[in-house]
Ligand binder design. Structure first.
Ligand code: SME
Length: 324
């Protein structure tokens, strides 16, 4: 039997074995066992994304390292770069993490759910050059069988000019579960609206969002965000001018960085001009007074720099089911 035939059979076995099973650890455990047993690999297992790192999950083979950082080793690289990494010779891979000196070649396949990486499948072989595109394609297909294990909620902070209109717009998007307006990435403690208004505090008017990644991906949210800003305009959105009205994407989860960069790249190609959207880790955020929260719901005729048509767009925008 050639490799393709073995994988084809293996796929059917996994599919029937895990049918109707929703427990992710049980499915990962038996998936690892079946792959391992079919090919007699050296190490076959999963690392799950948990608290900003990869944490050892169900596996077959010798003891392995339990935590792997973002961008570290082959596993952390596949996570950061968001694609399968094939390593013909582990000694040639800079930063390879040697859990065992017997491992000579390796493949790491990210487990995507709704555009989010929830885990990686890592396989080690005692031989050089074990893995190629055939393995990559089949393993990418196999990991789609893993049941939903997305986090219930994620968060992002978006600065899009005056936060009154920005909050109203962003909270209409399906999958957004919570919004609050406030001030992000400035240089003073507990800034008041009046202080921020002087434009001397370094703060940006910002919307803090929580969302369900099973309903809306970060990519879709950011694409919607770009529809509500002029990303080529520095410190000015509509008639509102000043550093407090700059545009910015502030992430609290480093693993969001690659998606943010991909969206920025795609948007800058549309404009053919350098974009002025700041991308930084979230350094601080202070919610604004209650007066500013849901301002346009409380004051339907209040000032808004966004055109009404945008609210209709947000209300109707539904993410296509784009599970990869
Ligand atoms: N070699 C991996 C570490 C995990 S072990 O292979 C099980 C890496 O470089 O990420």
């Amino acid at each position: 039997m050639d490799k393709n035939e073995k994988y084809s059979l293996l796929y059917k076995q996994i599919e029937s074995l895990i049918a109707d099973e929703n427990d992710v650890v049980a499915v990962m455990a038996n998936t690892a066992a079946l792959i391992h047993d079919t090919f007699k690999f050296w190490w076959t297992g999963f690392y799950r994304v948990a608290d900003g790192e990869l944490l050892l999950g169900p596996f077959q083979g010798p003891v392995a390292c339990m935590h792997i950082g973002y961008g570290k080793g082959v596993c952390g690289t596949a996570w950061r770069e968001r694609h399968t990494v094939v390593v013909p010779d582990v000694e040639e891979f800079p930063g390879h993490i040697a859990c065992s000196s017997a491992s000579r070649s390796e493949i790491v396949v990210p487990v995507f759910q709704n555009d989010e990486i929830v885990a990686v499948l890592d396989i080690d072989s005692r031989e050089l050059n074990t893995f190629d595109n055939v393995d990559a394609e089949w393993l990418e297909k196999i990991v789609k069988l893993i049941p939903d294990c997305l986090p219930a909620e994620k968060e992002i902070h978006l600065a899009a000019g005056c936060f009154w209109g920005a909050e109203k717009y962003l909270k209409l998007i399906e999958g957004v579960t919570f919004t609050e307006v406030g001030f992000a990435n400035g240089n003073t403690e507990n800034p008041t609206y009046k202080e921020v208004y002087t434009d001397q505090t370094g703060y940006a008017e910002t919307v803090h969002l929580r969302y369900k990644p099973s309903v809306v991906s970060l990519r879709f949210l950011l694409e919607m965000y770009f529809k509500a800003i002029d990303p080529t305009s520095l410190n000015k959105q509509g008639e509102d001018e000043g550093t407090r009205y700059r545009t910015g994407i502030y992430f609290s989860n480093i693993a969001d960085r690659t998606v943010i960069d991909e969206v920025i790249d795609a948007e800058s190609k549309k404009y053919g001009l350098p974009l002025q959207v700041e991308v930084e880790p979230l350094r601080n955020f202070y919610p604004a007074d209650e007066y500013h929260q849901d301002y346009l719901d409380k004051n339907p005729n209040g000032y808004c720099h966004l055109p009404v048509a945008l609210f209709e767009l947000a209300r109707n925008a539904k993410m296509k089911n784009s599970r990869q």
